[in-house]
Design a protein around this ligand. Structure first.
Ligand SMILES: Nc1nc2c(ncn2[C@@H]2O[C@H](COP(=O)(O)OP(=O)(O)OP(=O)(O)O)[C@@H](O)[C@H]2O)c(=O)[nH]1
Ligand SMILES: [Mg+2]
Length: 201
C-alpha cells in the first residue's frame, strides 16, 4: 500500500528535472534572459531590475517549473577567460541555450567560434540547442536569416540534434515563452539521450 501511495504521490507531484546551460559571449544578454524567464514562469518571483544586471563572473542559477518539468538554468559568464569553464558543465546538461547579440555584427565571428567549439564537444552530442537571436528590439539588428547565413557552415556539426533559432528580446520578454516551451518539449522527449553523469552516480 505504501509503495502504491508513494508511487502515486511521485507521479502526481514529483517533477522531472533538467539542467539547461545558458551560453554565449559576454554582453549577449544571457542573465537578462534568465531574469526575464524567471519573472515570466515563476508566479511570485520578484525579479531584480533588468537595468541593474552587471557582467557575470562565475554563474547565476535559476529554476522554473513548466508542467511536469523542472528546468534548472546555469547562466555562465561569457567573457573570454570564463569560456574555458563552460565545458565543466556539459556532462550534466540536458539542453543548451546559446544567446547571440544581434546588434553586434563585429563580434559575430567570435560568437560563431565559441558556438562551434561548444557544439563539437562530445558531451553535448544529441542535446537540444536553442539559439536566441537576442536584442531584436534594436533597429537594424541582424535578423534570424542573417544569423543563420553567418553560422551556416556550423550546420553539419549540429547534426541531428533538435535546433531552433528564435528571435528574442530578453529586455521585453518577446520570444522568451516560445523558446522555453520549445526547450521543454525537446528535453522531455529526448529519451535517446544517454544517462547524465549525475544519474549514474
Ligand atoms: N536592447 C536590448 N538590450 C539587451 C537585451 N538583452 C540584454 N540587453 C542588454 O545587454 C547588456 C548585457 O546583458 P547581460 O544580460 O548582462 O549579458 P550577459 O550575456 O549575461 O553577459 P556576461 O554576464 O558578461 O556574460 C545589458 O546592458 C542588457 O541590458 C535586449 O533584448 N535588448
Ligand atoms: Mg551574465
Amino acid at each position: 500500500m505504501y509503495t502504491l501511495l508513494s508511487g502515486l504521490y511521485k507521479y502526481m507531484f514529483q517533477k522531472d528535472e533538467y539542467c539547461i546551460l545558458i551560453l554565449g559571449l559576454d554582453n549577449a544578454g544571457k542573465t537578462t534572459f534568465l531574469e526575464q524567464t524567471k519573472t515570466k514562469f515563476s508566479k511570485n518571483y520578484k525579479g531584480m531590475s533588468l537595468s541593474k544586471i552587471t557582467t557575470t563572473v562565475g554563474l547565476n542559477i535559476g529554476t522554473i517549473d513548466v508542467g511536469n518539468a523542472r528546468l534548472m538554468f546555469w547562466d555562465l559568464g561569457g567573457q573570454e577567460e570564463l569560456q574555458s569553464l563552460w565545458d565543466k558543465y556539459y556532462a550534466e546538461s540536458h539542453g543548451v541555450i546559446y544567446v547571440i547579440d544581434s546588434t553586434d555584427e563585429e563580434r559575430l565571428s567570435e560568437s560563431k567560434e565559441a558556438f562551434e567549439k561548444m557544439i563539437t564537444s562530445e558531451s553535448l552530442e544529441g542535446i537540444p540547442l536553442l539559439v536566441l537571436a537576442n536584442k531584436q528590439d534594436v533597429e537594424n539588428c541582424l535578423s534570424v536569416p542573417d544569423i543563420k547565413t553567418a553560422f551556416s557552415d556550423c550546420a553539419p556539426k549540429i547534426g541531428k540534434r533538435d535546433c531552433l533559432v528564435q528571435p528574442c528580446t530578453a529586455l521585453t520578454g518577446d520570444g522568451v515563452n516560445e523558446g522555453i516551451e520549445w526547450m521543454v518539449k525537446c528535453v522531455v522527449r529526448n529519451l535517446l539521450r544517454p544517462p547524465r553523469q549525475k544519474d549514474i552516480t
